[in-house]
Design a protein. Structure first.
Length: 218
């Protein structure tokens, strides 16, 4: 009813502040679809304020991430999720495996390929996002769905770390595996239910981090 009263004046912009926050999951998801269809039909600009990240990614053409009142990044949904511009956005939007390291080489600074070295001495290739100085402390981040795993009995693949499985958690439409990497916080990997070789707690594995998806932040 409140939305109908607002739309009757044919505004150029409609501000919605947590409009679905009090609804249960099924009704909220249904209303998300209704609002997207309404937005498409009316051709108006909707500014949708929410603290629910999945809702923000589902509902939006573009998302703005704020920190201390400043816009950190405003981009289409896929760009925001896949290519965060700084450490804050990378840690705030979605899940990430974060590895503490030092930058040991960089091809051309920000936007180029680089190499980082972890405390245990392992070197990894990734993407230099902020152009950190050499030997500077950095964080290498990768999304759980972009990391891969191989059995620990196989030879070490390129750009990989030795890890041990902590647990495998069933999420309904996928599995989440948490594994321990030496001198790092636990890493997370998203595994498809159809995966032929699902590891078990205690298994030794190789955690493979494709360089094009390993983003390095100063």
């Amino acid at each position: 009813m409140a939305l109908a009263r607002a739309l009757v004046f044919n505004p150029q912009l409609v501000l919605m502040d947590e409009p679905l926050g009090a609804l249960d999951k099924q009704l909220r998801e249904h209303m998300q679809i209704e609002l997207k269809e309404l937005h498409s039909k009316l051709g108006l600009t909707f500014v949708y304020v929410t603290h629910d990240q999945s809702e923000a990614l589902t509902m939006s053409d573009r998302v703005a991430v704020f920190n201390d009142g400043l816009i950190q990044q405003i981009d289409p949904v896929s760009t925001l999720y896949e290519t965060p511009v700084n450490r804050f956005v990378a840690s705030f939007v979605g899940d990430n495996t974060v590895l503490d390291a030092h930058l040991t080489s960089s091809e051309r600074g920000a936007g180029g390929s680089c190499q980082v070295t972890l405390p245990g001495g392992v070197s990894l290739q990734g993407q230099d996002i902020n152009g950190a100085p050499l030997n500077y402390p950095v964080q290498a981040c990768i999304r759980p769905e972009r990391a891969l795993i191989c059995p620990g009995s196989q030879p070490a693949p390129a750009n990989s770390l030795s890890a041990r499985v902590n647990d495998v958690i069933y999420y309904g439409d996928h599995l989440r595996m948490r594994c321990q990497v030496e001198q790092q916080a636990p890493a997370t990997v998203k595994i498809a239910l159809s995966s032929p070789n699902i590891p078990q707690a205690g298994d030794a594995i190789w955690l493979v981090l494709p360089p094009e998806h390993l983003r390095v932040y100063a």
